[in-house]
Ligand binder design. Sequence first.
Ligand SMILES: Cc1cc2nc3c(=O)[nH]c(=O)nc-3n(C[C@H](O)[C@H](O)[C@H](O)COP(=O)(O)O)c2cc1C
Length: 239
Amino acid sequence: MKSEKELVYEYHRLSSWDSLLNHPNTTSSKSLFEVEQNIEINDARLSKIYLDYKKIPEQCISDLVSQRNSAKEMVQLEDINILELGTFLKWSVGNKLNEQSKKMYPSAGAIYPNKIFLVVKNVENIDSGFYFYNSNVHSLIKISNDDTFEDALLQEGINSNVCCIIASHFESSEAKYGLRGYRFCLLEAGHIAQNMLLLANAMGWSAAPIGGFKDEVINKKLNNKLKAIYLIPIGKQAN
Ligand SMILES: Cc1cc2nc3c(=O)[nH]c(=O)nc-3n(C[C@H](O)[C@H](O)[C@H](O)COP(=O)(O)O)c2cc1C
């Protein structure tokens, strides 16, 4: 019987490229379309909010990168308006302008197995609640009135306007990459998180990448094929 730690290394070994070539999942014939169909949130009864966006004024990239920090104590900004939220989402996780099938972050095989949800608590002209971000039409789809996520946190002091949830559909990536697909989901979530952190900084907001949370508290809010990877609350650094 292998220990948990041994299993982790075993997974890493099994998902190394050499092992992978022999792994049965690599040649899975499950179509990506079929997998995608299972997770699209297409319920016409759900209300949609179409977002707009604008270009962010030029800023120094060295400053943006060096001034980024994780807000350990966060309070709400007085106001985030709907245009600002749309601007943040467009440039961090939206579809590219001239290549609609691609997004603002890299994705192994351009599969984009990660999905973005938002817990909206205090954004002007958007009811608080739980939303899915549909980058294809740059809109929010309201899933429920639930505007909580704090019960998933292991820490106190986070009072945000919005919390972004990055959730992976492992199957999409595994359909093409076998066991390595899991690694690719996590790597992609890191790219998304970094875009969000830098964009939040560019908007004059504070944000934090939170990997320490109770998975099940968040996962039960999601389609059961999606697993939460990262939480990114957005607000203002408390003094
Ligand atoms: C994978 C990962 C998980 C993290 N999880 C948490 C977390 O659960 N709570 C938290 O307050 N910060 C979390 N952080 C933020 C780190 O504490 C922070 O990046 C580190 O202290 C360096 O500070 P800086 O981000 O301000 O440069 C996480 C960072 C990473 C990369």
